[in-house]
Design a protein around this ligand. Sequence first.
Ligand SMILES: O=C[C@H](O)[C@H](O)[C@H](O)COP(=O)(O)O
Length: 222
Amino acid sequence: MSSNDQAKRAAAEAAYEFLIEDDYIGIGTGSTVNHFIDVMAERKPSIRACVSSSEATSAKLKKAGFEIEELNYTGNLPVYFDGADEINTHFEMIKGGGGALTREKIIASVSRRFVCMVDESKRVDILGNFPLPVEVIEMGRSAVARQLVKLGGSPELRPNVRSDNGNPILDVYNLDLSNAIAMEDKINAIPGVVTVGLFARRPADVLIVGSDHGVQTLTRKP
Ligand SMILES: O=C[C@H](O)[C@H](O)[C@H](O)COP(=O)(O)O
């Protein structure tokens, strides 16, 4: 296992402490979440079912023997576990590097606690080094891209990729995300945008950072 993978695994093990048994849990997408599912598979918690943010996560959870439930049938969730592409000191995030941003944002919005697991390379002072994913409706792709250019961004169509919802994804470089909430609102207001991968209106509540030196668990200050 690479040291990066060891850091993700360590964060996933620490995150497991936040799992609430005998209820539904939300599970995100990506390599860090995959470590979390491995930890779940080893420890076999008693849970009602998982609400999953992607087809890939659902497949891995099912293989590990966990039930999947649709969010439409669960109501609010006590806890959601996910990774991030970048996270700042306010626990605002860029997500969607794996294309799962829309389902992730919906699940995060109905979860009482968002536990974000990262390796330390994901921590930043200002978001934006990682290109910002924006899921769009196909027929509005160019129109949205032109609006993103007006906001100072350089959008690029993610080649040969569709989200689990069947939509294209634009990766936007060079945006000024020093005011992440304002930029999230501006991008959300563009007709044709399905979801922007900025999680500023709904930041994480708990941040677990794995590194060579150990694991740090941080709680967002209100
Ligand atoms: O769409 C993917 C998700 O937002 C992931 O949480 C994000 O890309 C981080 O993934 P990873 O844990 O593989 O770095």
